[in-house]
Ligand binder design. Sequence first.
Ligand SMILES: O=C(O)c1ccccc1N[C@@H]1O[C@H](COP(=O)(O)O)[C@@H](O)[C@H]1O
Length: 199
Amino acid sequence: MFVKICGLSTAADVAAAVAAGADAVGFVLTESPRRVDPGLARDLVAAVPENVLTVAVFREEPAEYVRAAVQAAGVRAVQLHGNHPAAAFAELSDLGLPLIRATSAAKAAGADCGDLGEDLLLLDAPVPGAGEPWDWTELGAKPPAGKWLLAGGLNPANVGAAIAAASPWGVDVSSGVEVRRGVKDPALITAFLRAAKSA
Ligand SMILES: O=C(O)c1ccccc1N[C@@H]1O[C@H](COP(=O)(O)O)[C@@H](O)[C@H]1O
């Protein structure tokens, strides 16, 4: 199970996620209480080992903005939330980085990974980063084909059941490993990794 810990903003967050065995760490470069600027993201990325994917998270900013921020931050993958057309993924393909299409599961019913040129599909709650769970069992009958991440309201207590219900390739979490919005808890990060990896 591939596990991404998102919304990191301090060196301690990064150290906790890496020590706990995260496969990817996310830095929010869009409007959010967890937002970091590309310069801080670059400093945090420098402390991440090569085998852990570093991901910059955006909403519907223009491709030029995304390209400049990704290059300034030095991340190795791009996550776009919202309702992007296939052209948005084509426009960023020259970055040569994995592109993650993050969308609400309700809007992407029947979607498969790669439909719009993405490398990885992420199915989320309607409001990204809000920590709101949704009915993952909806996906049980027909989960997307290909590599896809489950997100939205996951935490150490529910991630095992969510994985059993939806059979994702990976999971992504932000709010569920925080003591309060924007403040990560190393113990929750460790508990989330343990629960997800043993599911
Ligand atoms: O975390 C944020 O603040 C955020 C802001 C804007 C877009 C995406 C964001 N995070 C992503 O939201 C989901 C789930 O978050 P949560 O666990 O429900 O809080 C995840 O994909 C994050 O990468």
